[in-house]
Design a protein around this ligand. Structure first.
Ligand code: SF4
Length: 606
């Protein structure tokens, strides 16, 4: 099929009309921004997302009969999680001047600012753009932030290729409309880096119906994508990105001399689902093919065109590319991609197994300099009591002008550190109450993730970021009670089934399903290569111990050597776990509980 949209016979969703009428992401946003109001209309809100912002309200402040406490979340688009020092300092300033005094590292290697008022949106976005940042395409129905491994290894060419191609794919799929610059920068086009000539050529190159010849968006057209679209580029063996959860994942393939040859390509991953809608589900991506480096942009265009033209534009909850893969199967999907690509796709190359890496602590960069990975609890950069992460980061970045790379586990990596500065930086971190040796962190906290949820996210059903610290404390107490104090378990929590913190890849996943209960998911693995499955619905948050303790006890009793908790749950099966739980007597366990694991911090409970 040549690029004409929408592809379905049934009536497209309302949002397709809003996109069509927006004149390439301008209206009604541009007009409403000039109005002296606290918030936008629903149509403008949809277009605002493409510009990198969600309209929210502080749900803690809702009062009957009063207008909502409207505020905006802004999300940065920074491929590979790269934040230059001037951008970090600008974001830090903006969080104080216009935001809620915190920054939030996202699970897609971006920063979020929360609490911006409508009247300050333009100033905030324009300052981000003038300081080497962007928010364009961080939300909305288009390609989101392209991820790449955060470790800044300078002597490993495969990492260099991953960053280079993450940048280039981000450029290839960047919206071409001038609306962003017109609305937020009064028409001044401000790109921090010139895009590579081969990227521009690839965008304009006609290819079997992948390109529109009219309008402002050669790749997207006026309807953009049916839903959000997520890409990453990683290197063999490095699964710091949850590689199976993206619409498209590229894995760098080099020859023995370290020269780039091409990429293995995975397609059709995605986390979001809806409670009680069996037709929605989390899905891991499938291997599609290998592609030579010279063809990679044409292949990306062919995959985008397939989803653009055949993705579901009628039911938004069925619109992610994973459903096209599910409904068609990989073979049919590949055949359609080949049609747009113009030639057959070669089979994938063999790869070593993936490992999960978080790159915390001190490491050699490979060029004489060092990098340092710092755990950020729930991704929230803030000062709280004796733990003054925000102040520490500001001081260090200001003094040493260090760039950051954000990780997919919502942590931060400072790099380009001169070895002679190591001890001073270490001292600054410790003086601000931060734990610098990752082995001294509580290992549950180290590998955990939570989405922001309440009070800012409009979709949240249940607490997440504010609840996870208390939940981790309780899980830690259970493990201590059972004599498993050194046990590592990947715990992730979200306040709704959209799955922003990827709970469906966790060993122990909590997904909010009513205001006081969570769905419990089991069976993800520490290297993030297995999909978890739902073990129970509506687990009351207050009864967590009675449901989870028997599972831990069974694991302790029956696990095989070096078997992770998630692998154990998959091997024995949920039936056996339930049976064990029915006869489990918690009073038989000799109490060995201690006050928390290593490196526990003061927590706010809710
Ligand atoms: Fe909001 Fe749900 Fe995403 Fe959490 S998972 S941030 S509640 S949309």
């Amino acid at each position: 099929m040549v690029a004409s949209q929408p592809a379905k016979a049934s009536k497209p969703s309302k949002l397709e009309g809003i996109k069509e009428d927006s004149n390439f992401l301008r209206e009604p946003l541009a007009s409403e921004l000039l109005e002296d109001t606290t918030h936008f209309s629903q149509d403008a809100v949809q277009i605002l997302k493409f510009h990198g912002s969600y309209q929210q309200d502080n749900r803690d402040n809702r009062q009957k009969g009063q207008e909502k406490d409207y505020q905006f979340m802004l999300r940065t688009r920074n491929p590979g999680g790269l934040i230059p020092p001037e951008l970090y300092l600008t974001l830090d300033d903006l969080s104080h001047e216009y935001g809620n005094q915190t920054l939030r590292v996202t699970t897609r290697q971006g920063f979020q600012l929360h609490g911006i008022l409508k009247k300050n949106l333009k100033e905030t976005i324009s300052r981000i753009v003038r300081n080497l940042g962007s928010t364009l395409g961080a939300c909305g129905d288009l390609n989101r932030n392209v991820m790449a491994p955060p470790a800044p290894f300078k002597d490993r060419p495969e990492y260099q290729y991953a960053w280079q191609y993450a940048d280039n794919i981000a450029d290839l799929l960047r919206p071409q409309t001038e609306a962003y610059y017109e609305i937020w920068l009064d028409g001044e086009k401000f790109l921090s880096v010139e895009e590579a000539p081969e990227v521009q050529a690839a965008r304009e190159r006609n290819g079997n119906g992948t390109i529109f010849h009219e309008g402002e968006e050669p790749i997207y057209g006026k309807y953009y994508m049916p839903r959000k679209f997520k890409c990453c580029v990683t290197v063999p063996g490095d699964n710091s990105l949850d590689v199976y959860t993206h619409d498209v994942s590229l894995i760098v393939i080099t020859d023995e001399q370290g020269e780039l040859q091409g990429f293995n390509v995975l397609v059709g991953g995605g986390m979001g689902r809806t409670h009680n809608k069996e037709e929605t589900f989390a899905r891991m991506s499938d291997p599609l093919c290998y592609v030579d480096k010279g063809d990679v942009y044409d292949l990306i265009k062919a995959i985008v065109a397939t989803q653009r033209d055949y993705g579901d534009r009628v039911q938004r909850r069925h619109a992610r590319m994973k459903y096209l893969l599910h409904d068609w199967g990989v073979e049919k999907f590949r055949t359609q991609v080949e049609e747009y690509f113009g030639k057959p796709l070669p089979a994938s190359k063999p790869l070593p197994p993936f490992e999960y890496k978080d790159f915390l602590g001190w490491h050699e960069q490979g060029d004489g300099k060092l990098f340092f990975g710092l755990s950020v609890e729930n991704g929230r950069v803030k000062d709280e009591g004796e733990f003054r992460l925000k102040t520490a980061l500001r001081k260090i970045i200001e003094q040493y002008q260090l760039p950051l790379r954000l990780t997919a586990n919502h942590d931060v990596i400072l790099y380009e550190i001169n070895p002679e500065d190591q001890s001073a930086i270490e001292q600054m971190l410790t003086e601000h109450g931060l734990i610098t040796d990752p082995n001294n962190l509580d290992q549950l906290l180290r590998y955990s993730m939570a989405c922001p949820a309440l009070p800012t996210c409009g979709l949240a059903i249940t607490e997440s970021e504010r609840a996870l610290p208390g939940v981790l404390d309780r899980i830690r107490a259970l493990l201590n009670k059972l004599g498993m104090s050194d046990q590592e378990i990947v715990v992730r929590m979200t306040g709704c089934p959209n799955g922003c913190a990827r709970p469906y890849m966790a060993e122990l996943g909590f997904v909010g399903d009513t205001p006081s209960t969570y769905q419990l998911w089991l069976g993800g693995t520490p290297n993030q290569t297995e999909l978890a499955r739902p073990y129970m619905d509506r687990m009351p948050a207050d009864d967590l111990e009675s449901h989870i303790e028997p599972i831990f006890a069974f694991y302790k009793q029956k696990r095989q050597q070096a078997e992770s908790f998630g692998e154990f749950c998959n091997r024995v099966g949920f039936e056996a776990i339930r049976e064990y739980g029915e006869t489990y007597d918690p009073n038989q366990v000799k109490g060995t509980a201690t006050a928390g694991g290593k490196g526990r911090r003061h927590r706010i409970s809710i």
